[in-house]
Design a protein around this ligand. Structure first.
Ligand SMILES: [Mg+2]
Length: 301
């Protein structure tokens, strides 16, 4: 991963603390969509690549249960790590990711086709994200004003798992002023980027303290690995809480959290509705309809 130039001088103010923001789910309100996209993309990749015998078409709930058990351990993780965890759960009922150099634990038919499954999953997942980003995802309402307020006393960065080409497109799409950031760091295309490394890169510029503002337990883990402080964004009002806490210095919130029963139910219902629709129509490419289902007002969380 490489820093892309933001056109800002690399000099920084001595003593100004650094704040690194995650992008998706933190600056952009993408709701629970990505979790649903991941599950639908994994399920489709199995179905479309001759692995339907691992699925339960007559009892979709079983498949969602297996995938969700894995997903809740990996929100905010690189996408291919999420893929391996969900695949492992569907195949072996073990909801843990598999390192790319340990794929021998997978059945031969899957290992032999793993790059094909990865490509198929990646395509569906990217198209679902692109569609939702264009139609539904917006910055939290307080994002732009909070960034403008913080930039006076802090050095701001972005440290995101999204690949840098997509990250820059999204910054453009949502009218972010790149000049507000001293560095904008994204993931690499292999999906192996690690936000802990990005935080290390920022620290290495000489900051005694870095605050990572992000939205998932996995992000908290990255902050801990990098020795950075952590602040969680979940709702728009958290930006008020962030600005207030920063008046007293850099906050550090170390509590982990889990999805609420309502959120788990939302994942379940929406993923189930999409997979049943896809099966009924035999159309695995109607990304617009799939994202529409998630955003049906009757059941938006
Ligand atoms: Mg995030």
């Amino acid at each position: 991963m490489e820093a892309l130039s933001t056109g800002i001088s690399t000099e920084f103010r001595i003593g100004a603390p650094a704040i690194a923001f995650d992008f998706d789910g933190t600056l952009i309100d993408s709701g629970l969509d990505k979790g649903i996209h991941i599950m639908c993309a994994v399920w489709s990749a199995f179905k479309l690549n001759g692995l339907g015998h691992y699925l339960h078409e007559d009892d979709i709930r079983t498949d969602i249960d297996l995938m969700l058990t894995a997903y809740v351990k990996y929100p905010g993780a690189p996408r291919f790590q999420q893929l391996s965890a969900l695949a492992n759960s569907l195949i072996h009922h073990i909801p843990s990711s598999i390192d790319e150099d340990k794929l021998e634990v997978l059945p031969d038919e899957i290992r032999e086709r793993y790059s094909q499954i990865k490509a198929s999953f990646n395509h569906t997942y990217s198209r679902l994200n692109d569609t939702a980003a264009a139609l539904y995802w917006k910055p939290f309402p307080l994002v732009h004003s909070t960034l403008r307020r913080l930039v006076g006393k802090h050095d701001l960065y972005i440290a995101s798992g999204v690949t840098e080409d997509l990250l820059f497109e999204d910054l453009e799409r949502h009218s972010f002023d790149r000049q507000l950031f001293r560095g904008i760091y994204g993931g690499n295309k292999s999906g192996g980027s690690d936000k802990a490394e990005l935080l290390h890169t920022i620290q290495a510029k000489g900051y005694p303290d870095v605050l990572f503002v992000a939205d998932s337990n996995r992000d908290l883990l990255y902050a801990q690995q990098a020795g950075a402080r952590f602040f969680r964004i979940r709702k728009n009002r958290d930006f008020i809480r962030l600005a207030k806490s920063l008046e007293q210095g850099l906050p550090d919130e170390q509590e982990t959290w889990s999805y609420t029963p309502e959120e788990l139910d939302f994942f379940f219902r929406k993923t189930g509705t999409i997979i049943r629709m896809v099966l009924r129509k035999g159309d695995y490419k109607n990304y617009k309809k799939m994202t529409e289902i998630i955003h049906d007002s009757d059941s938006r969380h």
